[in-house]
Design a protein around this ligand. Structure first.
Ligand code: ZN
Length: 189
C-alpha cells in the first residue's frame, strides 16, 4: 500500500519495541494543531504503511502525544485526543502489535465502540465502530494510555507471553553482547 498523502516526502520513524518505557507511559493531550503535528501525522502514516500495519499510535514512534493513525483499507485517518465513551458487546479476535512483532493472541474486547476526537483541521469527529475497526480503536487508544495488548490477556496467557518476550529479549541481548565482545577484543589488542 502506498497511501495517498505526502509519503514520499517523509522518512519513516523507527517503531519502538516492547521494553521501551515510552510504551508504558500515558501520552499527553494535544492542545495545538500546528505544522509540526501535521508533519508528525504524515510521518506516522508513512511509518504505518512501511511496517506494514493498520494502526499506529504516537508513543510507538516515541512521541508522547494523544494521536493515532489508522487505515483499514479506506485510506489513512488521523484521530487527535480520542476518547471512547461507549462500549457494547464482546468480540474475540486474534490481535497483534507492531511494538510486539511476530506474536498474536486471541483477545476478548468489546465488539462495538463510539469514539470521539478531532481531525487535523480541528473538526470534532464522532465515529461508531464495530468489530475490526472497533478493535483498532481500542488497541490504539490503549497505546495512548501506556497499555500494551499483553495486559488484555488473561493471567495464564499473560505469563506465557511475558516468558516468551523475556526469552526473546535475552537472546537479542546475548547476540549483542557476543558482537560487542568481539569488537571489544579487537580494541584491546
Ligand atoms: Zn500496538
Amino acid at each position: 500500500m502506498t497511501g495517498g498523502i505526502l509519503c514520499a516526502m517523509s522518512a519513516p520513524y523507527e517503531i519502538r519495541q516492547f521494553g521501551d518505557p515510552v510504551l508504558r507511559r500515558r501520552a499527553d493531550e494535544i492542545t495545538d494543531v500546528d505544522d509540526k503535528l501535521v508533519r508528525l501525522a504524515d510521518d506516522m502514516v508513512h511509518t504505518m504503511y512501511e511496517a506494514p500495519g493498520v494502526g499506529l499510535a504516537a508513543p510507538q514512534v516515541g512521541v508522547e502525544k494523544r494521536l493515532f493513525v489508522y487505515d483499514i483499507g479506506d485510506g489513512p485517518e488521523i484521530i487527535i485526543n480520542p476518547v471512547i465513551d461507549e462500549f457494547d458487546g464482546e468480540w474475540t479476535f486474534e490481535e497483534g502489535c507492531l511494538s510486539v512483532p511476530n506474536l498474536s493472541w486471541e483477545i476478548v474486547r468489546p465488539k462495538e465502540v463510539h469514539l470521539t476526537g478531532f481531525d487535523l483541521d480541528g473538526n470534532e469527529v464522532s465515529l461508531e465502530a464495530d468489530e475490526y475497526l472497533a478493535r483498532v480503536f481500542q488497541h490504539e487508544l490503549d497505546h495512548l494510555d501506556g497499555i500494551l495488548l499483553i495486559e488484555r490477556l488473561d493471567e495464564d496467557d499473560r505469563k506465557v507471553a511475558l516468558r516468551t518476550l523475556r526469552e526473546r529479549t535475552m537472546a537479542a541481548d546475548a547476540a549483542a553482547q557476543a558482537s560487542a565482545s568481539r569488537f571489544g577484543g579487537l580494541r584491546l589488542r
